[in-house]
Design a protein around this ligand. Structure first.
Ligand code: FPP
Ligand code: MG
Length: 340
């Protein structure tokens, strides 16, 4: 269920926010305005590149997590909004680089920056956005906030580096893959929730609860994203399908499939996985038969349940209910009928 807001739109795509974000809708609009303001005065030839990035709307889940985590403890301040803008800008910067690494041509239903201006410009635009994000972070004058943002960004880069170093290594185990996801996605989600709490000046045990929630939501989110790369469709995701396999990146479904095969079948499957142009669609029957897709779904669902438990100690509020709804909506993106 989505509702529309054109307040921050201008030349931007309309801000479509899920109903779960309602408790922080005005602040999310201010986040979008703050990001737009960052690139408003960029002149030719840089302006169009930067505005191509900031006018294409993502899900805004990361700023929503910051704001809702903060809102669990009372009114929001300008610091929450700034942190929301920062995390969305860091996320956008990471996608600019990720799309270069994955040679992606489509993102959020639009041609990627690398597709339009080439890899060099996409990397540099990502660097610009990242530097601007950290400049806003300086305005917050909080070592704790700056360090949390920098550490989470560093984890994201390390996870991405690990995944890239392991391209083509199809027989890594589940634990190694879990570490990649925790670094690449989980820790950033964790930071978003913790930062919302820090800006609301909550104590360390509450920050731990928020962090546990964010980490598990992030893990569920990335497992679901991996699954949708195999069973989703371009029209819904706004991105190319089958990107992981095409880029020789394994995900949990393939790890699970290989783990259940005898030596002969495993060797044959490794050969298939290593074949350029191999489509995930062609491997769907094997994945389904092995229960590998259902397995990934169950792992994601278990993370959602863990996330939900982490919020138990928090007092009930609209914001808490919204966080729980966001957590549950992650696996709801998957049609169970497509898993078997
Ligand atoms: C999406 O992965 C990408 C990430 C979660 C992190 C990407 C991080 C980097 C490229 C490091 C550079 C970071 C910064 C801040 C400049 P995916 O390919 O699985 O998801 P997708 O399907 O959305 O492409
Ligand atoms: Mg990618």
């Amino acid at each position: 269920l989505t509702t529309n807001s054109s307040t921050a739109a201008g030349k931007h795509e309309p801000l479509r926010l899920p109903a779960a974000y309602d408790p922080v809708r005005p602040e999310l609009i201010r986040v979008a305005e703050m990001i737009a303001a960052q690139v408003k005065h960029d002149d030719e030839p840089v302006g169009p590149v930067m505005r191509h990035i900031t006018t294409s709307r993502g899900s805004m889940i990361r700023p929503a997590l910051v704001l809702l985590s903060g809102k669990c403890f009372g009114q929001l301040s300008v610091s929450h909004v700034r942190i929301g803008a920062i995390v969305e800008m860091i996320h956008s910067a990471s996608l600019l680089h990720d799309d270069v690494l994955d040679q992606a041509q489509l993102r959020r239903g639009r041609t990627t920056t690398n597709g339009l201006w080439g890899n060099d410009c996409a990397v540099l635009a990502g660097d610009c956005l990242l530097a601007r994000a950290f400049s806003i972070s300086g305005e917050l004058q909080s070592v704790q906030i700056s360090r949390t943002l920098a550490d989470a960004t560093q984890s994201m880069c390390r996870g991405e580096l690990r995944q890239n170093l392991l391209r083509g290594h199809w027989d890594i185990n589940e634990e190694t893959y879990g570490k990649i996801l925790e670094d690449k996605t989980g820790r950033f989600f964790k930071a978003c929730c913790i930062l919302g709490g820090i800006a609301s000046r909550v104590g360390s045990s509450t920050l731990q609860n928020l962090g546990g929630f964010g980490l598990n939501v992030g893990m569920a989110f990335q497992h679901t994203d991996d699954l949708l790369d195999i069973i989703g469709d371009e029209a819904t995701s706004g991105k190319e399908q089958n990107s992981d396999l095409a880029n020789r990146k394994t995900t949990l479904a393939f790890i699970r499939l290989l783990a259940g095969l005898d030596a002969r079948r495993k060797a044959a499957m490794l050969k298939k996985l290593g074949t350029r142009g191999q489509s995930a669609a062609a491997l769907r029957p094997s994945l389904t038969q092995a229960g590998a897709l259902k397995y990934v779904f169950d792992v994601a669902a278990a993370h959602v349940e863990r996330a939900v438990k982490c919020l138990r100690p928090l007092s009930d509020s609209h914001a808490k209910a919204a966080l729980l709804e966001i957590a549950r909506s992650i696996t709801a993106r998957i049609d169970p009928g497509r898993l078997e």
